[in-house]
Design a protein around this ligand. Structure first.
Ligand SMILES: [Zn+2]
Length: 132
């Protein structure tokens, strides 16, 4: 054997935690905090956006609106990566439960996005008086 072909060469692996043995549930993406309007798959880094939000509607190519969240609902994995790695890292699954955090409405997600843009100075309000 001259080359190492043991299946550990997946480009998604080197930078990732593996979440060994963790339990996941499938759900819609929601805003985890007031200053947080999107997230990324822990493996492939595609983004998650709140379903129906402007961000979700703006581009559907490199993003998801639902996926797999772990028990903290802080980490997210897309369906594709979940399927690819669930056996390898011994992930479990459970049904959604009443203790899970509530979904975020599209309106709420848009408001959070707007707030973030204002904080980062990338929004100009046309109603703002000149020089204010
Ligand atoms: Zn992924």
């Amino acid at each position: 054997m001259t080359s190492r072909e043991d299946g550990d060469s997946d480009w998604r692996l080197p930078a990732s935690k593996t979440f060994e043995g963790e339990t996941w549930h499938q759900r819609k993406y929601f805003a985890w905090a007031e200053n947080w309007d999107h997230d990324h798959c822990a493996f492939c880094w595609k983004s998650f956006e709140v379903p129906g939000s402007r961000a979700a509607l703006a581009s559907v190519e490199h993003q998801y609106t639902e996926g797999w969240a772990n028990e903290s609902e802080y980490d997210w994995i897309c369906d594709e990566c979940f399927t690819d790695f669930r056996e390898r890292f011994h992930w479990g699954t459970r049904e959604p439960s009443p203790g899970d955090r509530p979904d975020t409405s599209p309106e709420e997600a848009d408001r959070i996005s707007d707030d973030l843009r204002v904080k980062h100075g990338t929004v100009i309000h046309k109603d703002d008086p000149p020089g204010a």
